[in-house]
Each structure stands twice: as structure tokens, then as C-alpha cells.
Design a binder for this molecule. Sequence first.
Ligand code: ADP
Ligand code: MG
Length: 311
Amino acid sequence: MKDKIVVALGGNALGKTPEEQLKLVKHTAKPIADLIEAGHEVVIAHGNGPQVGMINLAMEVSSKSDAGTPAMPFPECGAMSQGYIGYHLQNALREELLNRGIKKPVATIITQVIVDKNDKAFEKPTKPVGAFYTKEEAEVLKETRGYTMVEDAGRGYRRVVPSPIPVDVAEKEAVMDLVKNDHIVITVGGGGIPVVQEGNSLIGVPAVIDKDFASEKMAEILDADYLIILTAVEKVAINYGKENEKWLSDLSVEEAEKYMNEGHFAPGSMLPKVTAAVKFAKSKKGRKALITSLEKAKEGIEGKTGTLISQ
Ligand code: ADP
Ligand code: MG
């Protein structure tokens, strides 16, 4: 059966340097091309943690130097990371598809994701970004730029930004039209550029939207059949890393919620994935979420492996 699938790529699908990333995306393109070749409609989302960190850090260092470059706001760094990662992904996927004789256009949409300016996350920024600073430098940044600076595990001071929940995707119509016309779209990169709405204006805010949540939102908007979260592990486990570790295959939303409440999933890594998977599976009957590794994507969609969460 032909399904509409939103594929969310994790850090292991990309790379930390441009050279590494250019090489890695060639591997990443293969399982995605498998899904396309099997006849599925595929939309791609991805993370950007290391990449936006690198861009932000480069911009901060450069602006502190004699080079005279301007300070680059965080949303702009996010936009740059979408372009940089999107370029590599669309380049690799286009080539992989052509190698298989498949002529489908692949395009990246610079995507703004709308967040609620009253989101509780804005009261308590949690995500460290960019360079380390001394106490004195941190004070200056607090004063001059209004940054929230926190001491990071004895390594110095770092800026923290909030992680709000995605509410809507500004470019959703463009994505839907392209998908309808059989294009392969790369969207909500890094969780999207976070913006708040003020009348007709969308204003970029320094924040990081979790890519697992943004992918889930996009999957709902597109009325997808599947949300596939590709990460470093083939399955989700309970008692992860312990002696009684157990890898899970099929999970009902109730079982998944029970395990979530019991604290089986690490907050910064697996918890957002399971939370997003449960939200998607609950949003409409028939919708399924699969968490598996990049290498096992094809077998996963064929029902042979991975952790499948459904109603
Ligand atoms: P991504 O870049 O794909 O978002 P993360 O590192 O954020 O990847 O999350 C995936 C990681 O979550 C896995 O590599 C694994 O180490 C970790 N993890 C934490 N808890 C669990 C669990 N209960 N089951 C499986 N993996 C888990
Ligand atoms: Mg992650």
C-alpha cells in the first residue's frame, strides 16, 4: 500500500563537519530512496543541533574578532543550518534517485514554525547554545543583548534558549502543494525556525523547537499515515542500558504512556521521540509511528523491525 510518510532524521544521519556530512548523507539517502522506490510519498524532516551550534559559534567568534562581522541572531543561524543541511540532503537524494532511474524533484523549504509567545518554555530557557564565556563576558552579554546565561558544568558560562512547543507551520501550504505534485520535500529542519505571530508579522525568536515535535506537527498537518523517527537505535527499550533491558516491537499508546510515566525514556533523547510518536498515533485512528534506525528503515516499514506505536 502507498503511504504518506514523514521521516525525521536524527544526528547520526547528518554529520559534524561539511566533509563528514556530505559523505554521510549519501548513506542517509539510500533508505529514503528505498521508501520512495517502494511507492511511498515521503517528506523529510531533520535535526540541526551540531550544525546550528557550529554556525552560531563561528558567528560569535567572528563577531568578537577584528573581522568586523555582525552578531548573527539565533533564528538566522537556524535558517542557515536549514539551507546548509537541506543542500546536502537534496543533493544526495537527487543523485540516489537518478541512479535508480527515478526522476522526482527534491527541494528544501526554509520553514518557519509558529510557537506561542506565552509558551511556558519562554519563562525557563533550558537548551545551551553557542560558545563558552567567562563570568565577566557572560555579564556583558546579559546586559547588552539580554541573553540568559548559565554556568555549564564548570566549563564556563553559556547562553541558554527556550524549547517551546510547535503550534503551526507557516509554509505548510507550500509543502502540501509540492507533496501533492509528487515532489520530495525537506522541511522543518532543526525543528523549524521558531517564530511568533504579531498581526501579519512572523518574528523570529531565539529558541530551539525539538525536531521530533516539529516532525510530528508536520505529519499531522499533512495527514500522513506514518511518522518514522530514524535514530541511532533499532528499537526503543525499557530498562535501557540495564541488565533487564528489553527491546520493544509493537506498542499501544497506553503501554507507551505507561512506560513514559515510569521514566524509561531519557528526557533529552528518547522521551521526545516516544512523546511525539504517541501524540501522532493518538491524533487519528490508523496513524502509526515507527522509531527505528536509519539502516533498518526499509525493514521497519515492512513490519520486520523497529518499535511501532499505534492505537
Ligand atoms: P537523535 O539525534 O536521533 O535525535 P538522540 O541521541 O537524541 O538521537 O536519541 C537517541 C538515543 O536515545 C539513542 O541513541 C539511545 O542512546 C538513547 N536512549 C535513551 N533512552 C532510550 C531507550 N529507553 N531506548 C532506546 N534508546 C534510548
Ligand atoms: Mg535528539
